[in-house]
Every structure is written in C-alpha cells, then in structure tokens.
Design a protein around this ligand. Structure first.
Ligand SMILES: NC(=O)c1ccc[n+]([C@@H]2O[C@H](COP(=O)([O-])OP(=O)(O)OC[C@H]3O[C@@H](n4cnc5c(N)ncnc54)[C@H](OP(=O)(O)O)[C@@H]3O)[C@@H](O)[C@H]2O)c1
Length: 312
C-alpha cells in the first residue's frame, strides 16, 4: 500500500518543491490554505481525520519576519498553535510529523556553528513563534522531526535572490549588509534532502515511521557560510554568466537588463531594519550527517545550480 502523505504550504517556496519530490514516497494530499488553514483548529482536525495520513510534512508557516513584529498573535497562530493541533492529531493517528523551524531561534552570540543542544534565545517575534511551535510539537508526544533551516530562497516566491535581481535592474549601486552571517539554503536542495532522509527512514523502519527513535530536532542547511553582501555579489556574478532567457530569471527581472555595477557592504545598524536579527546563525549539520547520512551541498554550489540548470 502507498504511504499516505499530507503536505501543507504547497504554494510556498519549500512546499512547491515538496510537491515535486514527495510523490516518490507515496500518495500526496496537498490542501491549500483555503482547505487547511493553520489558524483554524477544527479544519485541521477535519482534514487530518478524513485524510488519515501516515506522514505529515508541514511546509506552511507565517514567514514575514518584519510583519510578525506587529502581528505576533497571527504569527503564533500559524507557527505554533496550528502545528500543535497537527501534532496532537498525528499522535492519535500514529503518524510522523515533519516540521520546519529556523536559525532565528538563536540570538547569534556564538561564533561557531550552533548545534541542536545550544539554548535558543530568539531576538524577534518570528523566532519566538517558531520556537513556540518547536516546543508544542516536542510536548505533544507525537513522532516528529523538526528540521531547522536558514535563509531559504527559491526561483519563485518572495526571497533575497529575487529581490536582488529586481533591485539590480533598478539601481546602479546596491548597499547590502555584511555583518549577518548564515547559510543561504535553496528550497529545492532542502526538499530533496528531506525527501532522501524520509526515503532512508522508510527503508530502515520497514514503513514503521513512528518508531520511538524517530523524534527530535535536526539542523538542515546548505554547507558553508557567508553574509548577505557576499551572497548578493554571488547572485549578480551568476546572473551575468547565465543564459538570459532562463524563464525564472526573466520573471525575476521583469525582462529588464541588470544595470547594477557596484555592490557595497553596509552595516545592519546603518541599514536600519526595525527587526533584530542574529549576527551569526550558522547551524551545524553534524547530527543530521551522523544520524541519517544526509548532507546538503555548499551554498555556493546550490546557487550555481539555480542558474545552470534553471531548476533551483
Ligand atoms: N524563508 C526563509 O528564509 C526561512 C528560513 C528559515 C526557516 N524557514 C522555515 O521553512 C519553512 C518553509 O518556509 P518558506 O520560505 O517555504 O515559506 P513561504 O514561501 O513563505 O510559504 C509559506 C506557506 O505557508 C502557507 N501559509 C501561510 N499561512 C497559512 C495558514 N494560515 N494556513 C495554511 N497555510 C498557510 C502559505 O500559503 P499562501 O501561499 O496561501 O500564503 C505558503 O504556502 C517554514 O517553516 C519557515 O518558517 C524559512
């Protein structure tokens, strides 16, 4: 019998990549926000009880980091209260829940990669709501994997890659902060790695995805580290060499030529964002590698693949 999989957030960066990779593992049901709104506990329960999934992949989230500062209640509903209901229902069904969290649960005061046992201390509302989601899932007693990732981008959606490409068609000079360090991670690389991990688990547990050992938090990001300024320069380097008729690139630039010829570093303080972000949020993937044998490519390689294969 095919594994029954429920995917949330199919319109998002990560969710749309999962829509492509998860059918390799089973039968995927992927309701959109109208059919499964994470702010509506009754709807979540109804969908879970009708679909009776063995595996739930929660790629939905409130990800607007700045907006969360003024609407933490809404962010909490989507990032913690909804996932809690998903987890309770998963436990009742004996299903495994895969959930995603963020490097922003940390305060950035370390200067070596964060490991899973480091104490979280979020600096902003988004981070607080994501941490609350992690805790609610952990306390639910459901079999779960919470995968913390960072700086996610895709060929579609709202993200740094597309913002830089658009700005580069509007301005000759871009000023980008160089004092926040992290690991840009492509949604496609992330979905592929999570799908490979699930494939391994299905094989290793004879389809018994809910064995007690399958519980916990793992870091899953591209390898390496950089800052936003270096990331922006790498994006423009790749764009200058890529075939200019790549459909996603034309959509990101609106078909206009790139005119930016200078990228200059600036500081977070002079950029003046209203939201505090960690200065350093690199996540060690050692636990993932040792536990599951899964590794992701270096961030620079992932970025190059977006421009060379056009598929992220
Ligand atoms: N983006 C990043 O840089 C980043 C960094 C670290 C961790 N993460 C985590 O990675 C995961 C995936 O992020 P992403 O970048 O792929 O997110 P995204 O592109 O912003 O997509 C979010 C998805 O959630 C859906 N959604 C929002 N509110 C909902 C609600 N009330 N009920 C049901 N669905 C709802 C959205 O639907 P609509 O299309 O209808 O709005 C969309 O499909 C999230 O857990 C996020 O916290 C992201």
């Amino acid at each position: 019998m095919k594994l029954a999989i429920l995917l949330t957030g199919k319109t998002g960066q990560l969710g749309s990549e999962f829509s492509r990779s998860l059918p390799r593992l089973g039968e995927v049901i992927a309701p959109d926000r109208n059919d499964l709104d994470l702010r509506d506990p009754e709807k979540i329960r109804r969908v879970m009880r009708d679909a009776r999934p063995q595996l739930i992949v929660n790629a939905a989230a409130y990800t607007a980091v700045d907006a969360a500062e003024t609407d933490e209640t809404a962010a909490l509903a989507v990032n913690a209260e909804g996932p809690q209901v998903l987890a309770v229902e998963a436990r009742k069904l004996g299903a495994l829940l895969i959930h995603f969290s963020t490097d922003y649960v940390f305060d950035g005061s370390k200067n070596s990669p964060y490991v899973e046992s480091d104490s979280p201390n979020p600096l902003n509302a988004y981070g607080r709501t994501k941490l609350a989601g992690e805790e609610a899932i952990r306390n639910s007693g459901a079999s779960h994997l919470t995968l913390r990732t960072s700086w996610v981008y895709a060929l579609h959606g709202r993200n740094f890659l597309r913002t830089i490409l658009r700005l580069a068609t509007e301005r000759e000079e871009l000023k980008i902060v160089d004092d926040q360090i992290g690991a840009p991670t492509s949604a496609k690389g992330l979905a592929e790695a999570a799908t490979a991990l699930l494939h391994e688990m299905i094989a290793a547990t004879n389809d018994r995805l809910t064995v007690p050992s399958v519980r916990g938090t793992y870091h899953m990001t591209a390898a390496g580290q950089t800052n936003w300024y270096e990331f922006a320069k790498a994006i423009l380097e790749e764009a200058s060499r890529a075939p200019q008729d790549l459909p996603w690139l034309t959509s990101a630039t609106n078909g206009r030529p790139i005119i930016a010829s200078r990228v200059l570093p600036t500081s977070t303080q002079s950029f003046g964002s209203p939201t505090q972000r960690p200065a350093y949020s690199v996540l060690s993937n050692a636990r993932l590698r040792e536990g599951f044998g899964v590794t992701l490519a270096d961030w620079r390689t992932q970025l190059h693949r977006c421009f060379s294969s056009g598929s992220g």
